[in-house]
Every structure is written in structure tokens, then in C-alpha cells.
Design a protein around this ligand. Structure first.
Ligand code: IMP
Ligand code: MG
Length: 335
């Protein structure tokens, strides 16, 4: 069994969906598994030039690959079924490709009502926090217990380990949210309620030694949605927000913007053990032609894109790992 992992190094919305989609096109995966989160996530994917926004469903469906919502996820059944319908309506055969791990937990309507009361964190109000709370309080409801999900339910253990083709299993793990929102490593309490690091993929039932590549995904600037103050003082951020369409894919809220924070990126790259890093949205900074980042408290301003790329690559190679392959992307569909 072999697994690649796609993990977000910032606050979500770095383009994991795009990377996962591109990797599915290039590799022969047998499974794509979502390993954390619920319908708080919004993955924007361009497939053959057409835009799709998914919340629960992994991107394997676009390529005929078995796509599993793993045990670390929480599922809102109505949203899940609506998403299946919407994909089917676009000619994507989601119904026959998507499975839900029986031991994933449900987001109930009660969880949603509870989450709507949040004023402190700025959650997506999709019921995630209350669902995970009840899971860990051992009073949650599992996917296997919902009759509407029955046609989709699989047992993760038998799917992977009692599989005749065990030796040929190649998994792509697709994460949700990001390092800065991780319940342990993020800026608590301004975090989500699940684990957003590579460790979370392992928790979904594969041995650590099966992991081959860890694809860390970042943006060349940072965005965050939620209640804390995040946006920097630069007026250019207003322009970047419009050009980069930095509005939540799930809630439509404007994302707060700031320059890339190298220290956080370094921490996320180390803790996730990345072997690749993709910096997305280079095209947006090209448009404003402004190349800045924070190194500790200092704001660096580079003259050109090339200067910034060289500085970032050099420093990541020296301070994290010289073998990391670093890519800069400005395309919506391709790396
Ligand atoms: P929750 O996950 O809905 O509980 O929200 C907790 C925090 O995570 C809030 O700041 C949300 O805006 C943020 N968040 C949750 N999911 C995503 C996502 O997919 N992208 C970006 N931010 C997210
Ligand atoms: Mg998103």
C-alpha cells in the first residue's frame, strides 16, 4: 500500500483541491480519501475548464476513482446527498464512486443549530465543532447508523486490508482546512475541531510507512476567514481580494489577507514532513506586481518574482530540508 498526502500549510483555501485534482490526473490512484473535516470545507476545482465547488466529496470522482469520506471526517447527510445529486447532474458518476466510512460521524441538524450560536470563533456554522465534540464525548452518531447513507457505507479496514489487490493500493489523501486551523497546532481557539496535519491522514487507517509523498500546499500570500483580526494594513490587500476572488467557497465571507509568514510556513513544512511544496496564486501577485513576505517581524519586499522565489526556495532548503521540491503555480487547473 502506498499513499500520497495533500496537506495545507496555511489557513485553508490554498488550492488543495487543484493539487489533488492534478495528482489524480497524473497518477494511478485506486482510492482518494478525505481525511478530516466536514462541509465546512469548500474545494474549488476546475475540471476540463469548468468550475466545481465540493464540500464533502473527494476529487477522485472526476477521474472515476473510488472516493472515500474517511473515519476522521464528519458528514451532514443532506448536504452530502445534495452534492452527489449536483455532481450527477453535471455528468460525474458520483453515486457509484463515493463511499463513506461507517465509523465517520454525523453532523446533525442539532449540531448546526448549536454552531449557529458561535460568536467567538467565526465558524462556518456548518455544525463541525459540535459534531466533533459529541464524537469525543462518546455520544455521537456514526455514519453506519444512518439509513440514508447505507448504500454508501464501507468498512475501512476491510476496504484496505482484506482487499485482494492490497499490494496495488495507491491512495491519495486529500485534507481539508490547514495547519493554522489545526486544533493542536493552530492559533487556538481560532481553529477548527479536527486535525489538519499529515498525522490526520495516518489516523484514517494506513501505516505511517506507506506514505510516499507529502504535498504541502501554500499560497504566495495568506488568507484567513474567521473572527480574529488577521489582515495587514497594506491597501493592496483590497485589490488582491478582488483579483484573487478571496471570498469563502462555503460561506461567501471575504477572506482577510496578509503577506506570507515564513516562520509559520517553516513550522508547517517541518511538522508535516513535506517532500513537495506548491505555492499557488502566483498569477495574482503578478497582477499587482508586489512581492512581499514576513520573516519573523521583518517585512521583506522583493524587486521581482524571481527574487522572492529564490529567497523562499533557498531558505526552505537550508532551514527545512534540501530535498524538498518547490513549485510556483499561477494556473487554475494545472500545477
Ligand atoms: P469551523 O471549522 O466551521 O468550526 O470553523 C472554525 C474556523 O475554521 C473558522 O475560522 C472558519 O472560517 C475556518 N474554516 C473552516 N473550514 C475552512 C475552510 O475550508 N477554509 C478556510 N477556513 C475554514
Ligand atoms: Mg476552501
Amino acid at each position: 500500500m502506498i499513499a500520497d498526502v495533500v496537506v495545507d500549510l496555511q489557513y485553508g483555501d490554498c488550492g488543495k483541491g487543484k493539487i489533488a485534482h492534478a495528482l489524480c490526473r497524473e497518477n494511478k490512484y485506486t482510492h482518494v480519501i478525505r481525511y478530516n473535516g466536514g462541509c465546512n470545507a469548500g474545494h474549488t476545482i476546475y475540471h476540463n475548464g469548468k468550475k466545481f465547488v465540493t464540500h464533502h466529496i473527494p476529487c477522485g470522482v472526476f477521474f472515476g476513482i473510488k472516493s472515500i469520506i474517511g473515519p476522521g471526517c464528519v458528514v451532514h447527510v443532506d448536504t452530502f446527498l445534495e452534492e452527489i445529486e449536483a455532481l450527477e447532474a453535471e455528468g460525474i458518476p458520483a453515486r457509484k464512486l463515493v463511499n463513506v466510512a461507517g465509523n465517520a460521524h454525523l453532523i446533525t441538524d442539532f449540531h448546526r443549530i448549536e454552531d449557529k450560536k458561535d460568536e467567538k470563533i467565526g465558524t462556518t456554522k456548518r455544525g463541525n465543532g459540535p459534531a466533533y465534540r459529541d464524537k469525543y464525548a462518546r455520544k455521537g452518531i456514526r455514519a453506519v447508523d444512518d439509513h440514508r447513507l447505507l448504500p454508501f457505507i464501507i468498512d475501512m479496514y476491510s476496504e484496505l486490508y482484506e482487499n485482494e489487490d492490497y499490494n496495488n493500493i495507491e491512495i491519495l489523501f486529500e485534507g481539508a482546512q490547514g495547519f493554522g486551523l489545526d486544533v493542536d497546532w493552530g492559533d487556538y481557539p481560532f481553529v477548527t475541531s479536527s486535525h489538519c496535519t499529515v498525522g490526520s491522514a495516518v489516523l484514517n487507517g494506513v501505516p505511517p510507512k506507506s506514505i510516499r509523498e507529502v504535498w504541502g500546499v501554500a499560497k504566495i500570500y495568506e488568507t484567513y476567514v474567521g473572527a480574529k483580526d488577521f489582515e495587514g494594513p497594506d491597501e493592496i490587500f483590497e485589490e488582491i481580494r478582488e483579483l484573487g476572488q478571496e471570498f469563502g467557497a462555503t460561506t461567501g465571507r471575504p477572506r482577510q489577507i496578509n503577506w506570507l509568514d515564513f516562520d509559520m510556513l517553516k513550522m508547517a513544512a517541518r511538522i508535516n514532513g513535506v517532500s513537495k511544496i506548491v505555492f499557488n496564486k502566483m498569477d495574482i501577485l503578478e497582477l499587482v506586481d508586489s512581492w512581499c513576505l514576513y520573516d519573523g517581524p521583518s517585512l521583506y519586499q522583493f524587486k521581482t518574482r524571481e527574487d522572492m522565489e529564490m529567497w523562499l526556495s533557498g531558505k526552505l532548503h537550508v532551514e527545512v530540508d534540501e530535498d524538498i521540491e518547490i513549485m510556483f503555480s499561477g494556473d487554475k487547473e494545472y500545477i
